[in-house]
Write a protein that binds this ligand. Structure first.
Ligand code: GLA
Length: 362
């Protein structure tokens, strides 16, 4: 088989963090033509080039040209998220009879929570990077140890994350972790997509499908109330493709709480197989993507906290709702919700999770 491109990984310096840690960039060129720039600081995807239906490539993800951009603005652009993706109510949970206290770093609607791992989550670590290749696919492996007590979480957690780019234009993410004390773990990727291109306006015209008949409603603080409710007949029904903007202004309490979509869907597949979770389509460019995951949940966030004050990578400012995230995950606040699938990793067990973003055109 002949490939569109010679697959390669090219490593070069990206700069340094404000505390002087050096940051490396890995440019992955997939045999199918997708190219991504990834940095070991937070495992962030800085740029992601995919072809449109005429074969013209554009950068379809939000990010910054330098480390300072990421340190100043904090929307988790392109980042690996851990130890616990999403919110933990009041920054507290009880595990095996002991109460653990986490940093409170977010307070939507006046309700405090610990978001995305705390004040220094995995998105702010410089990981240990290594290039990967199996002859067909190329990638990068990131490793690190989150020490016992890190951000209040118990146990030394050893984490490995691999990004692969396959000849079929699949970005595959493999997460693994082991611990020496029981701890919550919920790893995800917070990449923001805009299929018209970065800083090319809002994503309200993208069409989204989510393979989920139910979602977990939140309160005014976007904290789950522990329920799973049907989406049928609501603006949360994406079981067939819907334009994101079509119902976003509907008179709906959940949309008001989120300032738009910022919720967790209960995926129909709950058995840990790699299965379809979502699809995204932008008709002017033809860009299409399927999301597959082994996870039971998906947070769809449509950039309601983004503003037009932040410059993107090409000198143009980003837009309100200028990117959307599809974060595969266990449900928000699972450590405090006994009825939700458990997000607790125990010593001797291996946390494993796989997500694929499959790029193509229609
Ligand atoms: C997640 C949350 C949002 C927001 C973003 C980061 O997606 O659900 O509410 O905090 O992260 O800005």
């Amino acid at each position: 088989m002949r490939y569109a491109c010679e697959p390669s990984v090219v490593i070069k310096p990206f700069g340094q963090t404000k505390d002087g840690q050096r940051v490396q960039q890995y440019t992955l060129t997939g045999a199918g033509g997708v190219v991504m720039d990834v940095i070991d600081y937070g495992g962030k995807v800085v740029r992601l080039f995919t072809p449109d239906r005429n074969g013209v490539k554009a950068d379809v993800t939000l990010g910054f040209n330098d480390v300072a951009g990421y340190e100043i603005h904090d929307p988790y652009f392109g980042s690996l998220i851990g130890r616990y993706g999403n919110r933990i109510a009041n920054g507290k949970f009880v595990l095996d009879g002991k109460t653990y206290v986490l940093p409170v770093n977010n307070e939507p609607g006046g309700k405090p929570c610990s978001l995305h791992g705390g004040t220094k989550g995995f998105d702010a670590y410089v990981w240990n990077g290594e290039p990967l290749s199996d002859g067909k696919s190329v990638g990068v492996q990131f490793k690190m140890r989150s020490p016992d007590g890190d951000q209040g979480y118990p146990g030394n957690l050893d984490v490995i994350v691999r990004y692969w780019l396959t000849p079929e234009n699949v970005w595959r993410i493999e997460y693994e972790a082991v611990t020496d004390k029981a701890t919550p773990v919920n790893l995800t990727q917070h990449v923001y997509f805009n299929f018209k291109g970065e800083a090319e306006g809002a994503i309200l015209d993208h069409e989204l499908t989510i393979s989920a008949d139910r979602m977990t409603p939140g309160n005014v603080g976007l904290i789950t109330v522990g329920k799973r409710i049907p989406v049928k007949g609501t603006p949360f029904d994406f079981t067939v493709p819907w334009q994101i903007g079509a119902r976003i202004e509907a008179d709906d309490e959940q949309l008001r709480f989120g300032g738009g979509y910022d919720h967790n869907w209960v995926l129909n597949n709950q058995d840990g197989r790699l299965a379809p979770a979502a699809a995204l389509y932008e008709k002017s460019t033809g860009r299409f993507m399927e999301v597959w995951t082994t996870e039971p949940g998906l947070q769809f966030y449509c950039g309601n906290f983004l503003t037009d004050k932040v410059p993107g990578k090409r000198g143009k400012n980003l837009a309100y709702r200028g990117g959307l995230a599809l974060e595969t995950q266990h449900y928000p606040d699972s450590p405090n919700q006994p009825d939700f699938p458990s997000a607790i990793l125990r010593p001797g067990a291996v946390y494993k999770s796989v997500t694929e973003y499959r790029f193509s055109v229609k």
